[in-house]
Design a protein around this ligand. Structure first.
Ligand code: SF4
Ligand code: SF4
Length: 209
């Protein structure tokens, strides 16, 4: 106990002030490739469209370098619907329909002392019956389709569906996209999306910012 107190005093406050302040310490995986040089590129997921990149497809493989280079951007989420009903508290149920595990790691980082999403009234819940949002990770694996729909149907209304990561949004390299089976109100691009990007999407889903 004493060592924890001393460690806390030594390190000070580690929690980010995002979204009150810009996340200047955002790590490089919250990036989007932008055109820097002319020339053809061979994108494995056909994400390159002329001079821009479809972030809902991009798997951050870097194969388009040096024609395209990363640029820091946290707000890459596509928010098609917001629900101000959840402005006081927001409970998120995570379902993994076939991820590699990296998206899960980034999502779970939200509860660590750096991001501490509970301070914003956002919580994970272990049951869809208590959930305001369904957060889907990974491609839609065979056998998970019924489970996904069961979880969705168990949620009370109003509810929001969030597809996070290139796999869930577009199927990644070779999988099936979750969005082809269920309508997603919010798309969080990235492979994986960083915690700041996910946090930004959750905040915007509640009609904030
Ligand atoms: S980083 Fe990879 S997936 Fe993304 S646009 Fe470039 S080549 Fe395509
Ligand atoms: S989007 Fe990338 S990090 Fe997320 S599950 Fe798919 S391959 Fe893994």
């Amino acid at each position: 106990m004493r060592s924890w107190v001393l460690r806390g005093l030594r390190k000070g406050v580690v929690t980010t002030s995002f979204p009150a302040k810009e996340a200047e310490d955002a790590p490089p995986w919250s990036t989007r490739p932008v055109r820097r040089k002319k020339g053809d590129v061979s994108c494995p997921v056909n994400a390159v469209r002329g001079d821009s990149v479809d972030m809902c497809r991009c798997i951050s493989c870097g194969r388009c370098s040096p024609q395209f280079e990363p640029e820091l951007s946290i707000s890459t989420a596509v928010v098609n619907r917001t629900a101000s009903e959840f402005s006081r508290s927001f409970h998120v149920y995570i379902i993994d329909t076939g991820s590699c595990g990296a998206c899960n790691t980034e999502v779970h980082a939200l509860s660590n002392p750096v991001y501490d999403f509970n301070r914003l009234g956002i919580f994970f819940t272990n049951t869809p019956r208590h959930a305001d949002a369904l957060l889907i990770l990974g491609v839609l694996a065979k056998g998970m389709e019924d489970v996904l729909l069961e979880a969705y149907n168990a949620m009370p209304s109003p509810k929001i569906v969030i597809a996070a990561g290139a796999c869930a949004i577009s199927g990644g390299v070779m999988g099936n996209a979750v969005t082809e089976r269920i309508h997603a109100d919010i798309l969080v691009p990235g492979c994986p999306p960083g915690p700041f990007t996910i946090l930004d999407a959750l905040i915007r889903a509640r009609g904030k910012q």
